[in-house]
Design a protein around this ligand. Structure first.
Ligand code: NAI
Ligand code: MG
Length: 397
């Protein structure tokens, strides 16, 4: 069999470091692949006026699977300031290459697992019935619709006339906003399509089936957001009945779910939600299992393009440290999701087992796991560097 090729997109800041270390772990674990590098991020915005150059899109289209570190993005004015002087007259506007990737490749399914590692000092703890300390074991995978809903980008301030007129045909709009001057209105839409809703629901149920989760929870707000949340829940009921009767379907409201997050996080299995609520619950659950140093994700399209990335950003303040201090586990875990996707489960299991042992033993911990403030000197105070953590993982193979 010919070797597969993986596109590496290091991006900016710590994205580069964690990706380098992750490739080292993948090689040591016996994953056989060729790698090609895809340019993405702030550097390419500054130099070329495009943070997602066409050549990177072409590479992903050719090879389908990518590992992505993280990028830096900055507000509009700063983005313009940092543009190369010869590009300043061209009327270029910065837009997020992450959103660009999602839209270009239709990466509509986002999966974010949040699983407790035993003995991680960052695990959430609470008081039990007799006031004893309890550490709930979280094992949740959030399936977030990644392209529509509130992040679909269909929005206006001071909406144009035809939009305003269309809104005025809705009795609730007329009643509640009909008196407001149009230039005092901002409108963001929440559009769900049946096609994308069905895809995210099916992905959630399939995952539950494959990995033995007993429940899928739709986390929306169908009692209030009747059309979009309502459609998602109704479709989930139909799908469960027709194709997944062995899996329980639960239904929670996003607000109540955030309250229950700390009450019974160990109750939930697979969660599924629209774009924004999925973003919220996945950050919520990630906070219970160690936060940004542990939060990994996968984004997948209908035609086989998949991008795996940690949830954290480029953490610019740590980017120039001579010895990198950030935790590579979120990136390594994202690579494990890639291995699962590529059916290399033996290798992903080996890597996860190594991580689990290291955390459990507690001898090698990055600064976040030691609850230190991130500074260049944490390494002299006993925190493992990024490279030392990767070395420790590799030493377990
Ligand atoms: P960030 O995730 O880069 O950093 C926030 C804080 O989290 C850091 O200061 C650090 O204390 C901690 N942290 C992050 N990753 C860590 C790791 N692997 N190990 C240990 N600690 C870690 O978010 P921030 O500071 O809001 O954004 C910085 C830049 O990253 C911005 O330009 C932002 O636009 C971009 N960003 C990019 C994302 C992406 O590429 N997917 C996601 C979020 C932000
Ligand atoms: Mg988020």
């Amino acid at each position: 069999m010919s070797k597969r090729t993986i596109v590496l997109m290091p991006g900016d800041g710590i994205g580069k470091t964690v990706l380098d270390e992750t490739v080292r772990v993948l090689n040591a674990a016996g994953f056989e692949a060729d790698y090609v590098e895809g340019d993405i991020g702030w550097e390419f915005w500054k130099k070329e006026g495009n943070p997602l150059p066409q050549r990177t899109i072409d590479l992903i289209a050719e090879h389908k699977v990518a590992l992505f570190g993280a990028i830096t993005s900055k507000p509009k004015d700063e983005a313009f300031e940092e543009l190369a002087s010869e590009l300043k007259e061209k009327g270029l506007v910065y837009s997020s290459p992450i959103v660009g990737l999602r839209q270009h490749f239709g990466l509509d399914i986002c999966a974010r697992p949040c699983k407790t590692y035993k003995n991680n000092p960052l695990n959430f703890i609470k008081r039990g019935i007799g006031d004893e300390i309890v550490e709930p074991e979280v094992d949740v995978v959030v399936f977030r619709q990644n392209t529509e809903g509130l992040y679909g980008g269909v929005e206006w301030s001071n909406p144009p006339k035809d939009v305003y007129n269309a809104l005025m045909t809705h009795p609730k709009f007329k009643q509640n906003f009909g008196e407001t001057p149009v230039d005092e209105l901002s409108v963001s839409t929440r559009i769900f399509t049946k096609k994308a809703t069905e895809r995210i629901l099916r992905a959630a149920f399939e995952h539950a089936k494959e990995y033995g989760y007993k429940s899928v929870t739709v986390c929306e707000k169908p009692n209030v957001i009747r059309e979009t949340s309502g459609m998602m829940y109704k479709m989930a009921q139909q799908l469960q009945k027709s194709d997944y009767s062995e899996i329980e379907l639960w239904n929670t409201n996003i607000d109540a779910q955030m309250m229950w997050l700390t009450k019974n996080p160990d109750t939930y299995g697979v969660m599924v939600a629209g774009n924004m609520f999925g973003d919220i619950i996945s950050d919520g659950f990630a906070g219970l299992i160690g936060g940004l140093g542990f939060a990994c994700s996968a984004q997948m399209s209908a035609d086989g393009v998949a991008v795996f990335e940690p949830t954290h950003g480029s953490a610019p303040k740590y980017a120039d440290y001579e010895t990198s201090i950030v935790n590579p586990i979120a990136m390594v875990e994202s690579a494990c999701m890639m291995l699962d996707y590529l059916n290399e489960k033996e290798i992903s299991t080996k890597i996860r087992k190594a991580i689990s042992e290291i955390i459990s033993e507690g001898n090698v911990r990055t600064y976040d796991m030691m609850k230190m403030t991130g500074r260049a000197d944490v390494v002299t105070k006993g925190a493992a560097s990024t490279t030392q953590m990767a070395d420790a993982i590799i030493a377990k193979f």
